[in-house]
Design a protein around this ligand. Sequence first.
Ligand code: ADP
Length: 303
Amino acid sequence: MGTAPLNVQDLHKTYAQLPVVDGLSFTLEKGRCFGLLGPNGAGKTTTLKLCLGLTVPDAGRITLAGLPIPAQAKAARMRVGVVPQFDNLDPDFTVSENLFVFGRYFGLSRADIEPRLPWLLQFSSLENKRDARINSLSGGMKRRLTLARALVNDPDILFLDEPTTGLDPQARRLIWERLNTLKNAGKTLLLTTHFMDEAERLCDHLIIIDSGRKIAAGSPGELIAQHIEAHVIEVLEGVDAILADSARIPGMHMEKNGEGAFFYCQDARPLLNILDSKGLRYLHRAANLEDVFIRLTGRELRD
Ligand code: ADP
């Protein structure tokens, strides 16, 4: 396991006597995207910080880029790019200056970065923004620049903490496309996200954590097959009219949701027949990762 981009064994971290990371183990594979999912407060950001050596664990073993963390965190971080949850670009500098200044953290001079600048700007679709000020950029442009900045040191591993939060659908798609390009180029990605469609699209393997513990692991397809029925029928209103009939369908799993309900089943036809006969409005779709996430972590709000 010493050669895995990131290997985490039995990691523990407690804040104020509360376990925040509670025995986590996982391994990233080179050239793959690994998802770390969980509701708010599950311990994702703390796990990322522990893996980067920015927080010291109470117990457990971490190797990042083959180096022990936190002992050799500084050297390991030279091989890693980080896209933080919130943009922290320097508003006093232009797009290109932000890239040059960031390179200094890696001991890279302007002359080192200059030859890579055209590629970094092209990769982030910011060719025409080289000399633009940060506050003139859209949210999507800032995110793309943050991604380009994380690539300044040509890292092997990228940590992406909610990289598309706050972006419109077009901007998100462009980021997804770029992340796939990086993966195809052999980079290893560690992604946290609250968007299950994003995780389903990008992640080869993922874990779902809650209260600092792993509660599920697998590829998106494996998790869907293991944890949820194949069909979801969301009845939007008037669900009381079909409760008795639907309860007689074998293998039906129902969750009330206000005036409506979610029905999960392997065979959708019996319920669809009932709904059509009553003329009720519904949405019928294949089960997805969000259904798994809700099934495993519950519907209650986490603040
Ligand atoms: P997530 O990223 O999954 O939302 P976090 O790792 O940010 O979760 O937080 C997990 C828990 O640890 C939360 O209850 C949070 O309040 C707590 N926590 C995180 N950092 C600290 C800290 N520096 N001091 C005390 N508690 C913290």
